[in-house]
Design a protein around this ligand. Structure first.
Ligand code: PGA
Length: 246
């Protein structure tokens, strides 16, 4: 039975006051096959967990190191300790602005799995690659460069760079085609029929959510901007829930 995943990525947004305001407005009825999580900035993970008990916790990044003299780094052990279930790895903003390579991303992914948490591996092509029609090749290369040996405990988020924070959502057909490519490639790389869930991310809003959740190869969404507003995020969660009861 399919489980859908909805993860809000707050990026570098939030404060104690905004978390309190979010929690006072957040209204959502859960479903046993819908996992809803939010990835706030590191300092707010504990506070968010206390304020939103019906939401799971996610982190936006992690260190490859367990502990030690690594100023500014946060280990996966620490993330597990404060209650995180998911950790984003290889978000395009980390790849582009922080020089993260597939090799580093692969090591982060392995560290997250070793700590018993679920990594969310983010992949996606930029606009020049899409215009050149090279997107399948680019995404396959990202998967091949970073995938761990273990298929279990893994989510993948397809986030075309040109759709992130731009208001340009990929069409349901573009999304579904790429998700099918990703699933086939993961099975080719890891062997077997692993059925890794693939989430879509890139300007998801309540108005586009229903069509996305209706796509056969879409197993959830990674939502940036719209996850900062409790009403928008709850509306997206309701679309996900409704698609499960169809
Ligand atoms: P967006 O961000 O929904 O604001 O486009 C998605 C993401 O970067 O994860």
């Amino acid at each position: 039975m399919t489980t859908l995943y909805l993860i809000g990525n707050w990026k570098q947004h939030g404060s104690r006051a905004s978390i309190a305001a979010f929690a006072s407005q957040w209204s959502f009825e859960g479903h046993e096959r819908l996992a809803v999580a939010i990835a706030p900035p590191f300092p707010y993970i504990g506070e968010l967990g206390a304020a939103l008990p019906n939401c799971l916790l996610a982190a936006q990044d992690c260190s490859i190191h367990e502990q030690g003299a690594h100023t500014g780094e946060v280990s996966v052990g620490m993330l597990a300790d404060v209650g995180c279930r998911f950790v984003l790895v290889g978000h395009s903003e980390r790849r582009v602005h922080h020089g993260e390579t597939d090799e580093l991303i692969g090591r982060k992914l392995a560290a997250v799995q070793a700590a018993g948490l679920t990594p969310v591996l983010c992949v996606g092509e930029d606009s020049a690659t899409r215009e050149a029609g090279d997107q399948n090749h680019a995404v396959r290369a990202q998967l091949g460069g970073a995938l761990p040996a273990i298929a279990s405990q893994l989510l993948i988020a397809y986030e075309p760079v040109w759709a992130i924070g731009t208001g340009l959502t990929a069409t349901p057909d573009q999304v579904d085609d790429m998700h099918a490519v990703i699933k086939a490639e993961v099975n080719a790389l890891l062997g077997g029929d692993s059925e890794i869930p693939v989430l879509y991310g890139g300007s998801v809003i309540p108005e586009t959510a229903e069509a996305l959740f209706g796509c056969p190869h879409v197993d959830g969404a990674l939502v940036g901007g719209a996850s900062l507003d409790p009403d928008s995020f709850a509306a997206i969660a309701r679309s996900a829930r409704n698609s499960l009861s169809d």
